[in-house]
Design a protein around this ligand. Structure first.
Ligand code: SF4
Length: 327
């Protein structure tokens, strides 16, 4: 499942609901809200009235906020045990969550680990050890609605930690590479980390953390899943990189087509190819495609030529075929 986190002030209920709606519109399946104080915790009950997807409360430092968030109807809790403190406090939260059958994600971040018992352990090993301690604590309370995340900025550390914990516990894993940055490089970092783990069969929910509107996180999340054929979600654009053979501006054409495809939410594979020589062949498994020549282009479906169009009609003709196919 694709998760994101609102970037509004949780106490501003209207703005938070508005952002959750934007996330729902682009396919977000779980949303997390920051709970920095009591007012934010109490706001969850009103936020839930406007949200159609589960709302998870993100708690740091103060376990009482977790209790308040549960009271307010949070569908899940994310706790960072490293900064919650004594086991008694985690216990109090677990008992309240159990009463309501609300899952708790033990969310470890490499940057906020408890002190290492053994300084020789790697960061990944320390994350796993800390998570196992918390898991044992919850299990000792007969609480098993557990999810785990072990996020680091460093991709090899993230992969090592998740691989290790996946072999040790049966609980769902929430994947992420934390603080991965602005969309361009951050998406690559996240895709390498999350994608590698998913390819190994590890991971149940994902969040791409980006310094951007959370909509970007959801879009990137689906792109990772689509790249691995784990999900179909909206159109896929196949476009050639262009080269000296192209007689058209392939970049501009692909951008225009992508803009049009953004309005469609059905799965369809569309190809934009710069020449007729390799076009249909290179995009053989596309549902609909265009292979451009000088002033004209060949339209093709499933790799077979179905017509010829003039340059001024490239986008319109391609989109007409797309609409025909999905209607
Ligand atoms: S499809 Fe044609 S223009 Fe595009 S990269 Fe291949 S050879 Fe070059």
């Amino acid at each position: 499942m694709v998760q994101s986190m609102t970037k509004t002030d949780t106490r501003d209920v209207r703005a938070t609901i508005e952002q959750i709606k934007e996330l729902e519109d682009c396919g977000c399946e779980l949303v997390r809200v920051a709970v920095p104080d009591a007012e934010a915790a109490r706001s969850i009950s009103s936020i839930k009235e406007g949200a159609s997807i589960p709302v998870i409360a993100d708690i740091h430092f103060d376990y009482r906020l977790a209790l308040m968030a549960l009271e307010a109807g949070a569908d899940g809790l994310r706790l960072n045990p490293g900064n919650i403190g004594e086991p008694e406090k985690v216990k109090a939260v677990a008992l309240a969550a159990k009463e309501r059958s609300v899952p708790i994600r033990i969310g470890l971040n490499a940057g906020s680990l408890p002190k290492a018992a053994d300084p020789k352990l790697t960061v990944a090993q320390r994350m796993v050890d800390a998570a196992l301690q918390q898991i044992q604590l919850l299990e000792s309370l007969d609480f098993d609605l557990i999810k785990v995340s072990l996020k680091a900025f460093d991709v090899p550390t993230t992969i090592e930690a998740y691989q290790s914990i996946a072999g040790k516990v049966p609980y769902p894993l929430h994947l992420g590479v934390t603080e991965s940055g602005l969309p361009g490089k951050g998406v690559i970092r996240s895709a390498v980390g999350i994608g590698t783990l998913l390819y190994m069969g590890i991971g149940d929910t994902i969040r791409v953390s980006l310094t951007a509107h959370p909509r970007e996180e959801v879009i990137a999340g689906y792109e990772i899943l689509k790249s691995l054929d784990l999900r179909q979600h909206g159109p896929v654009l196949v476009s050639c990189p262009s080269c000296g053979r192209a007689d058209v501006d392939v970049v501009k054409l692909a951008e225009e087509v992508e803009e049009q495809l953004a309005k469609i939410n059905k799965p369809i594979k569309v190809a934009v190819m710069g020449c007729e020589v390799n076009g249909p062949g290179e995009a053989r498994d596309a549902d609909v495609g265009i292979a451009c020549g000088k002033g004209r282009a060949v339209l093709f479906k499933k790799g077979k030529k179905v017509g010829v169009v003039e340059e001024k009609d490239f986008v319109v003709a391609l989109m007409r075929e797309v609409e025909n196919m999905i209607s």
